[in-house]
Structures are given as C-alpha cells and as structure tokens.
Ligand binder design. Structure first.
Ligand code: UT7
Length: 372
C-alpha cells in the first residue's frame, strides 16, 4: 500500500475574534489599509489557556473521528509549528500524551510551509511500508510571538490548528507528488532574533523586543511571488498531470494579493483558489490545513478532487504538493460524529459494559452447545 489517503480532517480556531477596527484602537492602522493591502478583515486570537497543544488536540480528535480510528491506532504524529508550547518538551509529545496515542511523535519547523513538509514526510513513511495511520497537524499560537505595538506584523497574523489523518491505501490518492524548497540566505527577512542560542533570553532581549517576530514584508512578498507559481507548476509536472486536471489550489493564506499574483502566473481563474484569509489572517503552519478543512466543509473540495497545496514562509522555505482526495465520507461513522466528545466516551463505556454482560449471559449456552 504505497498511497496515503487523507482519511480524516479537523480544525480548531479560538473563539476570540479581533477585527481590523479593534486594531485601529491600538496601532496606527486602518481597516481600509489592511483590507486593500492584505485581504484580512479579522483574525482569531488564542485566549488564556488556549495553546498550540490544546488546539491541536481538538483538531486531531475531529480528524480521528472522521477517519473512524482511535488515537491508539496511530503509528506516528507529526506537528508543524513555529509556536510550540515550550522550547522543550516538543509539543508533539504533549499532543501524543493528551490524545492517548502510543506512537512516535515529532515537531517539524519549516515556518508557514511546515504542514506541506509534514504531509510529504507522512507520505514517505506510508510509501515505505513502515506505517499505516499518521496524524499530521499544522498549529500555531503565533499571537504570543507578535509585537502588538508593531503595525507591520500585528495586523497580519492569527491563531488556529488543522489536522489530517493520512492512511495507507491501495488506490492512488493522497500526495501524488511534492516539491520542497529552502533558501536560508533570506533568513533575516522573517525572524525572531532573541530567545534562541545566538541571543539567549535576557533583559536586553526583552528591552529590544527581540523575542517578537520581525519581518521585512516587501522582501517576503517578492520571494512569495517568485516561488508560489513555480513550485505549483513543478509539483503538477512531477505528478504527471496538467493544470487542467487541478480542481482547486489551496495556497498559504498570507496575503490575498500574493494569491492573486500566483493565480495570474499560473493562468488560472481566482475561483480555482480557496481563500479564507479575510476571516483568519495568516495562521502560519495552520493556514493550509484550516483552508483544506473549510474547502471540504464548503463542498469546494469533494470526492476525488485534485488539489495543489502550496506555501512559503520563514527560512525562507517553500513547498507544493499535488493531492488527490479519495472517498470522503464513511457513512457508518457519520452518525457517530454528531455525538459530542463526553457523550461519546460514555457511549463507548456503555457499549463495552453491554458486550461484557452479553458475553457473560451467552457463555453458558455457548459452552452447552459446544459440549454436545
Ligand atoms: O507567511 C509568510 C509571512 N509573511 C508574509 O507573507 C508577508 C508578505 N508581505 C506582505 O504581505 C506585504 O508586504 C505587507 C502586507 C506586509 C505590507 O504591504 P506592502 O504593500 O508591501 O506595504 P509596504 O511594506 O511597502 O508599506 C507601505 C506603507 C509604509 O509606509 P510608507 O513607508 O510608504 O510611508 C508602511 O509603513 O504602509 C505602511 N504600513 C502600514 N500602514 C497602515 C505598514 N503596515 C501598515 C499598517 N497600517 N498595518
């Protein structure tokens, strides 16, 4: 089984909405500037107690339920993030524990591109025959790394998490091809300078606000428009398909203008691109999986749809993957999904108790029958 079907998907975004109007009250900006330059109208910001791990777990539970599997069926958990709960331990192990999974887990850092890197990695473990069920998560609480007095960055980002279950399959679905890229010469254009090995956490770091994201927006913009279309074309060529076979492009949601330029470069109409940046802003590694989940929920991505996922980000990095969706709905799990989490646990326990009682009740008959 060399293919990795996307068997389950889920997302979690914080309740708290921060609008452009809200930001007008705190920094020198305007709703008009933000909307025309980026396409963003509002973003979700994690509240107290909401973390990268907690949102990942919520998104992952939905993905597991959709796939019709339990956490203990997982063979590997892969988490793409640049805002882990702690520097150590890896947030992937916290998520593994909270889900009740018994498998390996690791965190992957490739900026906003991380989820596509993760999907390509998962596909390799499945193609090699090592694993059957892999959970891939893209999650960020990037708002805690933002300088809320810096209008160049604070209007852009938001928090959230998206997750998929990649499952071994015989039919040609999942990641059909991918392209991964990195150009570290542009590292300084998107960087958190303080708090690492080069500039360990100190009063100086705090005074200089060096523990927050610094970005040269124009340089990242130029880079993005250079790589987005090119990476998408390369991935499509590698898959043996053509542009005409692509039903939907799910781009990293960093700036609507970047997406429009990519559409023009590819010669595709904008309605072939899924865009939800207006409601979430740039959620970094979470942006592509959240968009993928919403594309499915809105019926833009359906059974057997062929997608291109394409992203770019800190590093600088870029990645694109051609993904074929397989069967989306498992009817036997459809009703089960409508039951809320706690009720589901109770139902599982009740079913367990019932089957034990039924077993105890039937055992004497069984023994009598088999003795004859
Ligand atoms: O996931 C990857 C992460 N990052 C990105 O993808 C970001 C890529 N870059 C961008 O999306 C755009 O470059 C930005 C949205 C960040 C900026 O848009 P821009 O059209 O490139 O604006 P700019 O940086 O050239 O700035 C134009 C003006 C400047 O004023 P002056 O120097 O012309 O007087 C900025 O100071 O806009 C000013 N400006 C703002 N004005 C109001 C910058 N931020 C704001 C703001 N509100 N929030």
């Amino acid at each position: 089984m060399k293919y990795g079907r996307i068997a389950g998907w889920g997302k979690c975004v914080p309740q708290k909405i921060v609008t452009n109007r809200d930001l007008e009250q705190t920094v020198d900006t305007s709703d008009e500037w933000i909307v025309t330059r980026t396409g963003i109208r509002e973003r979700r910001i994690a509240g107290e107690g909401e973390t990268t791990a907690s949102m990942s777990v919520a998104a992952a539970r939905q993905a597991l339920d959709r796939a019709g599997i339990q956490a203990f069926d997982l063979d590997l958990i892969l988490v793409a993030t640049s805002s882990p709960d702690y520097l150590l331990p890896p947030v992937s192990s916290m998520i593994q524990d909270q889900l009740g999974a018994q498998c390996g887990a690791f965190t992957l850092v490739a900026g906003c591109t991380g989820f596509v890197y993760g999907l390509a990695t998962a596909q390799q473990f499945i193609a090699g025959g090592a694993y059957k069920n892999i959970l891939v998560i893209g999650a960020e609480v990037i708002s805690r790394n933002i300088d809320w007095t810096d209008r160049n960055t604070c209007v852009l980002f938001g928090d959230g998490a998206g997750a998929v279950v990649v499952q071994a399959s015989e039919s040609p679905t999942g990641v059909l091809s991918f392209v991964l890229g990195s150009d570290g010469s542009g590292a300084e254009h998107l960087i958190v300078p303080g708090g690492g090995v080069v500039m360990p956490m100190s009063q100086r770091v705090v005074d200089e606000r060096a523990h927050y994201i610094r970005m040269n927006g124009r340089e990242v913009f130029k880079f993005a428009t250079r790589v987005m279309g090119k990476a998408a074309v390369e991935a499509i060529e590698k898959s043996g398909l053509t542009l005409a076979d692509i039903d939907l492009v799910i781009p990293h949601q960093a700036n609507e203008r970047i997406i429009e330029l990519a559409a023009r470069q590819l010669g595709l109409p904008l309605d072939k691109f899924f865009i939800n940046i207006d409601r979430y802003g740039n959620t970094s590694a979470a942006s592509i999986p959240i968009a993928l989940v919403e594309a499915i929920e809105q019926g833009r991505c359906t059974e057997n749809s062929t997608l291109v996922l394409v992203g770019f980000g800190a590093g600088l990095t870029w990645a694109a993957a051609v993904v074929k969706m397989g069967v989306l709905e498992q009817p036997r799990f459809a009703m089960w999904r409508t039951i809320p989490g706690r009720a589901k646990t109770r139902a599982r326990l009740a079913m367990g108790a019932l089957s034990m009682r039924a077993g105890a009740f039937l055992l004497p008959f069984y023994t009598r029958v088999t003795r004859r």
